[in-house]
Design a protein around this ligand. Sequence first.
Ligand code: NDP
Length: 663
Amino acid sequence: MAKQAGVSTGLVAHYFGDKDGLLEATLRSLASRLSRAAAARLRAAATPRARLQAVIDANLAPEEMDQRTGAVWLAFWGQAIHSDRLLRVQRIYQRRVLSNLRHALTLLAPSSEAERLAIIIAAIIDGLWLRTTLAASWSPSDADAARRIAAGFVDTQLAASTEGYAMPMSPPVPAASSQRRLAAWIGGRAAPDATAETFVSANPATGEALASLEIAGIAQVEAAVAAARSGQKVWARMTGMERGRILRRVADILRQRNDELAELETRDTGKPIQETRVVDVVSGADCLEYFAGLAGGITGESVDLGPAAMGYTRREPLGIVAGIGAWNYPLQIACWKAAPALACGNAMIFKPSELTPLTALKLGEIMTAAGVPDGVFNVLPGDGRTGGLLTAHPAIRKISLTGSVPTGKRVMAAAAETLKQVTLELGGKSPILVFEDADIENAVSGALLGNFYSAGEVCSNGTRVFVDRSIRERFLERLLERTRKIVVGDPLDPATQMGALISEAHMQKVLAHIARGVADGARLLCGGERVTRDGLGRGFFVSPAIFDGCTDDHSIVREEIFGPVMAVLTFDTEEEAIARANATEFGLSAGVFTRDLARAHRVIAQLEAGTCWINTYNITPIELPFGGYKMSGLGRENSRAALDHYSQIKSVYVALTDVEAPY
Ligand code: NDP
């Protein structure tokens, strides 16, 4: 029996008398031999398609199908129906095959397809194996034929699934006939691919097509990983001071080109030029400058272990990291992720949002012009599929995402497959608490900044404004007076204070939230309508909306709207305000307005939020950590805290005496 199963006679002897145990041990031995063979083939496979083939080849190898081994496998599968122990081994084995297939497929097909295809391919492998094993006469060429059939089937399935997934980008925008076609930035240069699918980036204020961009697929992701791998080696060999000097030059160029970049950002996002000129580029440059300064001081520590030994730690880069950005602060987000990553000696592959890809590509050019080695900062325009490819790639050691909670969950789940680290900067529904002793003018300013800056498309916005009942009238009066004066208009006009929302789809979502608020019984005090006068109808403008009479269960009070919609609520006691402020799954930010400093600190200490303000709102200096509690995220950006998320610690024990060994 041992001979027939190809296992040691010792194993059989060990289990003699325990038939089920013997069968189980033998099946385990066969299954783990096959798993080891598959693992060896997977290690040798260089591409995702090759990894897929490795699973097929291992399972349909001649040695698994010859008549002797085939007969043993068949006997086991037959027995498994009657034995829980064998069934358990069979399930483990099948799960392993599925997981290997799924993992390779996440780099080859849309994630929704990967699971389905993995199941189909596993079934085909089983079917081919069974057919070949049951054949009356058997020769090794039958195994070759089976593998060829499986490979052909896989290629057909992959082609069909990628085709099916090639949906048009939303929203539809005019063709960019006269526009440049922009490609990924890989290895310090544009990397065009004539065969790539493209999308159009449009100005949400006018509908004008700005550029046509190639969607980075598997080939670009692999090229970017290869470029990052060699670039990172060069970059990590430099001293922190040298890296810092180059990053400082990137900051300088950003500042020199502030107005040009701000205008591009305004065209791509619809945000007013009066904002992008003073915030978007500047805060990116600040971040690069800050981490440039820290780069030379990223060190480990020395640890005293007594006279016989010493210890020290090295703070080392993770390797290749990926950044995935949202559309509201495209250049700032790219800088906030790249600066700490590069300061620590990593290489970054950045994927901007498909809605706002233009300034990240400019940042790629600027990095190269400033002397960042080729491959250290790569930009891959694309959609969620490109993000998915990065998240699944085994060579990428970390993903830093700025995006919505659902995307954050998907990214974290996908990153688990390759045990990547994740930093997640997600959404929010943050509270602002205005106490009866607050400076009303300042509190109104904070509420306006925290709701209507960037047309409300800011993750940390304080969209639930809790006001002490005793000052509600005064607060609302000034709030309305000042809101009605907000100038909505052409974002390129320096007088404009509120520009367009990012897309028609997003505008419709914001308008639907407003309609729902009205239907739920909240009072719309002003705004909340689409603005179409003076040619603005070509874009996606909504006037700033203030709701009063809201209750905590209204959807406008619970859900992140990401548009210019403020909900005002009243409270009677400090305890009540804190409890209601915390009654949300989010925890990104919170603000408190009061002249009583003791109360300010007492209340802030009880608020469940990662980024808080006292007597102001939405100021985010690079020196302070930024990030959320609860569903608003994991990890921190900015400040020294970000360095922890882009580096790893190596401990070194150094013996100073002879090695004592009892052997
Ligand atoms: P999304 O979550 O839709 O997208 C964020 C990024 O993730 C985009 O680049 C997107 O690609 C990409 N992506 C989508 N699906 C996947 C996937 N399966 N795997 C990997 N990447 C994927 O967010 P939005 O762009 O709509 O941004 C708005 C959200 O971002 C809001 O919820 C807001 O609160 C949050 N945000 C948080 C901030 C923070 O710091 N906490 C700051 C700014 C915004 P594509 O869009 O190209 O398809």
